[in-house]
Design a binder for this molecule. Structure first.
Ligand code: ADP
Length: 309
């Protein structure tokens, strides 16, 4: 499958690199309004191909997107000094409308995979600008937060993260909700499993894991200015679920008709991902506090999205 990537900065190029290493695409096209950057990133990634899987990596204009099955949108502009978050958001929304018109013209059948932040709001913007059905405009959402949650739980329990089923819901950001009450290890509720393996989840452990998930991006940004490898790999994982019609359950963001009483808001829930995009959304059974936190997260996103219109 041909995969387009618009925005060949750190996130876009990391997604391309991860796709090349995983064998997630037969062809990768990088597009950026900084053409030199797109060409350089494509050449650099292409040099990894002999050590990985067959894949043609190139850069070009939007016409090169013809036949793409997925187009990743990782374009964005940087915050100007003193600029408000909302002003930055509306500039990014403008970039998206321009980019999406071009993508739709050249790759009308492509699923859009949104990576630009704030990803939930940009997913809503992309849906509106594209006119596509909601299940074909997918934001990376909390895919990475969920991976981190599973990994920290796995480490605590001494088991593989693949045997932990736990999701981070809502906004990809401060208001996200760790769905502890729905978490399972094997087929057991997480607390019962933890007691059986002699590693009970105390309040302190819970707080540590919560902070480990919630503060991860802040810690990385403090050390290196931005994050890109983790999200690049997450994007490649979503592409593969689509390409191979894997029907994998992943926590990703789409505009959702109703969540905890809030209508038409983009946020993350566990969803079945396959060739047609999002096939089904699952609503985990939540404790009262978690449901309230998810409602608050949805309301916050709804408000921010409305501020843009
Ligand atoms: P990130 O860390 O999110 O990847 P970067 O600034 O590294 O952020 O990358 C964003 C990329 O998006 C830049 O390379 C920039 O040139 C590109 N970009 C910005 N506006 C457009 C646009 N209208 N069309 C295509 N690419 C764009």
């Amino acid at each position: 499958m041909k995969v387009g990537i618009v925005g060949a900065g750190m996130v876009g190029s990391a997604a391309g690199y991860a796709l090349a290493l995983r064998g997630g695409a037969s062809e990768i096209v990088l597009i950026d309004h900084n053409e030199k950057l797109a060409i350089a990133q494509a050449e650099d990634i292409a040099h990894a191909v002999p050590f990985a899987h067959a894949c043609v990596v190139g850069a070009g204009g939007y016409e090169e997107l013809e036949g793409a099955g997925v187009v990743i949108l990782a374009a964005g502009v940087a915050q100007k000094p003193g600029e408000s978050r909302l002003s930055l958001l509306s500039r990014n929304a403008e970039v998206f409308s321009e980019v999406i018109a071009q993508v739709r013209r050249n790759a009308p059948d492509a699923i859009l995979l949104i990576a630009s932040n704030p990803v939930d709001i940009m997913t809503e913007v992309a849906l509106r600008a594209s006119g596509l059905p909601r299940e074909r405009v997918i934001g990376s959402g909390t895919i990475l937060d969920t991976a981190r949650f599973r990994s920290l739980l796995g480490t605590h329990l001494g088991i593989a993260p693949q045997s932990v089923h736990a999701y981070v819901l809502g906004e990809h950001g401060d208001s996200e909700v760790l769905a502890w009450s729905a978490a399972r290890a094997g087929s057991e509720p997480i607390a019962r499993f933890a007691v059986q393996v002699g590693a009970p989840i105390t309040g302190e452990i819970r707080e540590r894991i919560d902070a480990g998930v919630r503060r991860a991006a802040y810690r990385i940004i403090e050390g290196k200015g931005a994050t890109w490898y983790g999200i690049g790999a997450g994007l490649a994982r979503i592409v593969q679920a689509i390409r191979d019609d894997q029907r994998t359950v992943l926590s990703v963001s789409i505009v959702t008709p109703e969540v905890e009483g809030v209508q038409d808001v983009a946020l993350s829930l566990p969803r079945i991902v396959g060739r047609a995009g999002i096939l089904t959304t699952l609503m985990p059974e939540l404790a009262e506090g978690e449901a309230a936190a998810l409602r608050a997260s949805a309301e916050l996103l709804k408000e921010t999205g409305a501020g843009l219109r």
